[in-house]
Design a protein around this ligand. Structure first.
Ligand SMILES: [Zn+2]
Length: 92
């Protein structure tokens, strides 16, 4: 009997610090998460959005992301809503 290694659920997204001093990346799969309320904002939003506690504000018109407390914000890359899950079933 061959025991197959089950692939671990790998987290493909990367988290990094939000730094308002440098340009804020925007694009598909890039999200900003407020660590205070836990809300995530899509960087590709077409309109201005803010998190529940208003710490994180995505100002689309100005093309920037501002935060009252940048140390409590992180950028999540590759965290888009698409989750690829492979499930293989072999009859037998
Ligand atoms: Zn918040």
């Amino acid at each position: 009997m061959i025991e197959r290694m089950e692939p671990q659920a790998m987290t493909t997204f990367r988290r990094r610090r939000f730094d308002p001093a440098i340009s804020n990346p925007r694009g598909p799969g890039i999200q900003y998460q407020c660590e205070i309320c836990g809300d995530r904002l899509d960087s590709c939003s077409e309109h201005a959005v803010a998190c529940s506690c208003r710490n994180l504000v995505l100002d689309v018109d100005a093309g920037r992301i501002s935060a009252k407390d940048p140390t409590r914000v992180c950028i999540i890359e590759g965290g888009g809503g698409q989750e690829l899950k492979r499930s293989q079933q072999q009859g037998g």
